[in-house]
Design a protein around this ligand. Structure first.
Ligand code: F6R
Length: 634
């Protein structure tokens, strides 16, 4: 939620800030702004509503010169997305400017007090209180004023502050919102995440909660809120700038979809050595794991769906009961976890506020905690008892794809790891399964090749769908009562069973978030308990039906839909003639693989369907409306 970028050095700051904000735009994109020290009494700034290209355009007309600047891209929490509410926010005299990611909980109270002492508020945001507080405490020392102001604030923040009276200096602070310092050669940077820094440096300092940072052109100083120096090591990150670019693909989402077979292969190579699973960074010992009697997985969105697949995997491999909860439910439910429980948090960003709160709740109850996470040194990975990194590289598209398959791959490996500890699978079976696992990336690759070969066909199908969909909407909303149909308008139902049921949820989520088409995921066996009432010739039913132990049951469920005039699009194993007899609208064939590993394969067509539909509808695929990549607010 919201991206922050800061620069101080010899170069012109404006283009660097714009470039940095573009890398962070996935975090929020309803408005943006920049504040620059230009050597005058007051700070120069520009803010615009909408995407960063609007800010860029405004700055092209009125460039701001200077070598120290802060920028912000916003995902609105308090106050509508407009120019006034965009960051930076400035004090009465425009000599101090602040950008902020997080939420100030006691802002209303502070605002009233500050107004009484003369602060003139220009926005509806919670953030603006920060700058007026800093101005109130400012006595020619920005660092002390920020430190003092933060004592009055309750909430979460990553902030960056500049003052026209202190050239070349940025003061920043962090509490529960991400912030990274990038170390350059006679220049230093601040950013909400590493991907925005890679153009300039891969030498970074991961700032911790409670740190206050002062960066100048050739120094970085870290202290705690009481002013005591703190030491944070500078780390070399192994992500590279190419990973944070589209690399010839039209969108990050499709690039990331295509990266998946390579990522799963890399995970297998990294983690399996001498037929043993290695989690070098884990920190939890086998004897600690041996004490657990149950596992609870907590996560949100796509990561939650990975957790649901994880339940099937871990129960099958490790023979241990596994519960799965959305983090936002878990944290408020007084969950029954304790010393005998392993709580696994799954998160791409490692910053999701609900998952972080869930993890803290689990720790407070004495549970052993482990996080599966993509972003190095994220809040979750720092707070959990143990960590396993997915190493999928930066995921830039807001809709998660490669992080999901990477999470699944790690859950399989964790299953093998536990099977080794709990002795739940004979070695011969483990070897057989591992051998099978190694073949999965090439099966994933075959689907992507099929898509590349038949891209025009996929686009044609999406176009055909678009036409039918709009015809359906017309019928539904027609003012002519004879034409109007009393039935739901065009929507998608995704059905799956067993280990592929979570993919039904995931396919529906992808379609909703990037193509804005109503979609529901359902366990196919549940259809007859209600949702079948929706079936007529309107909904499009995507049936995830690879060869499996419940294939015959799935066929019966599909027959029930066909019998009521439903349109079916099955995802089937190649060579499946039985499904063809049901006369599907289209069918998508996947290579034959065991049911256990099939979610890694069946999810690819689901991601591609959503991508093609969103592209056909002309939607902003990488930055869907109302969403942000990491949800650091409740
Ligand atoms: C869906 C999506 C979101 C995230 C969710 C959790 O495509 O991206 O549903 O999966 O916000 O985010 P992380 O994994 O960062 O905790």
């Amino acid at each position: 939620m919201c991206g922050i970028f800061g620069y101080t050095g010899r170069k012109e700051a404006q283009p660097l800030i714009i470039q940095g904000l573009k890398h962070l735009e996935y975090r929020g994109y309803d408005s943006s702004g920049v504040a620059i020290q230009n050597g005058l009494y007051s700070i120069a700034f520009e803010k615009t509503r909408g995407k960063i290209k609007n800010l860029e355009e405004a700055l092209r007309r009125h460039p701001l010169g200077g070598h120290t600047a802060i920028g912000h891209t916003r995902w609105a929490t308090h106050g509508t997305p407009n120019q006034l509410n965009a960051h930076p926010h400035l004090d009465n005299e425009n000599k101090i400017a602040v950008v902020h990611n997080g939420i100030i909980e006691n802002y209303a109270h502070l605002k009233e007090k500050l107004k009484k002492s003369g602060a003139r508020f220009r926005s509806e945001t919670d953030t603006e209180v920060i700058v007026h507080l800093i101005a109130k405490y400012y006595r020619d020392d920005l660092e002390s004023a920020v430190r003092r102001a933060l004592k009055d604030i309750r909430g979460t923040y990553a902030i960056a502050v500049i003052c026209s009276k202190e050239p070349g200096r940025i003061v920043a602070a962090k509490l529960d919102s991400p912030l990274v310092v990038g170390i350059g050669d006679k220049e230093n940077f601040l950013a909400s995440d590493v991907s925005a820094l890679l153009e300039h440096t891969n030498q970074v300092i991961f700032v911790e909660n409670g740190d206050l940072i002062v960066i100048n052109r050739d120094s970085v100083k870290l202290t705690n809120l009481s002013g005591r120096p703190v030491h944070r090591p500078s780390v070399k990150v192994d992500w590279n700038v190419a990973q944070a670019k589209k690399g010839g693909f039209p969108h990050f989402m499709i690039k990331e979809i295509f990266e998946q077979p390579g990522i799963v292969t890399a995970i297998l190579r990294e983690r399996i050595r001498n037929a043993k699973i290695h989690f070098d960074e884990l920190k939890i010992t086998a004897s600690e794991f041996k004490k657990i009697k149950k596992i609870v997985v907590i996560a949100c969105g796509t990561a939650y769906h990975a957790g649901l697949v994880g339940k099937y995997i871990l129960e099958a491999f490790a023979d241990i009961p596994v519960g799965v909860d959305t983090s936002s439910e878990f944290r408020y439910r007084n969950p029954k976890v304790g010393k005998d429980t392993l709580v696994i948090a799954i998160s791409q960003s490692g910053e999701t506020a609900d998952t972080l709160a869930g993890l803290r709740e689990a720790k407070a109850k004495g549970a052993l905690t482990l996080v599966i996470c993509n972003v190095l040194a994220s809040s979750l990975s720092r707070e959990a008892g143990g960590v396993i990194y997915t190493h999928a590289g930066p995921e830039i598209a807001v809709a998660s794809t490669k992080a999901y398959t990477a999470q699944l791959a790690l859950l399989y490996l964790l299953g093998f790891y536990f099977a080794g500890i709990f002795k739940t699978l004979p070695n011969s079976k483990m070897r057989k399964l591992l051998k099978e696992f190694f073949q999965i990336p090439s099966k994933m690759q075959r689907i992507l090749e099929l898509y590349k070969r038949e891209e025009t066909e996929w686009a044609k199908n999406a176009h055909d769908f678009n036409k039918r969909y709009h015809a359906q909407l017309e019928k539904y909303f027609s003012t002519d009562p004879l034409k109007r149909k009393r039935s739901p308008n065009g929507f998608f139902l995704y059905l799956g069973r067993g280990i592929n049921f979570p993919n039904a949820l995931e396919g529906a989520l992808k379609l909703k978030e990037i193509a804005y088409i109503p979609a529901e995921g359902y366990p196919a066996g549940e259809m007859k308990h209600g949702p079948i009432a929706l079936i007529d010739e309107n909904p499009w039913v995507i049936c995830i039906a690879p060869a499996s132990g419940t294939y015959e049951k799935m066929i019966s469920n599909i027959q029930e839909i066909k019998a009521r005039g439903g349109i079916i699009i099955p995802i089937i194993t190649e060579g499946d003639n039985q499904m063809r007899k049901l006369n599907p609208l289209y069918s998508i064939e996947i290579p034959r693989c065991s049911e256990l590993f099939s979610p890694l394969v069946t999810v690819l067509p689901l991601q591609l369907i959503a991508y093609c539909a969103a592209r056909e509808f002309g939607e902003d695929i990488d930055q869907p409306r109302n969403l942000a990549k990491s949800v650091t607010v409740e």
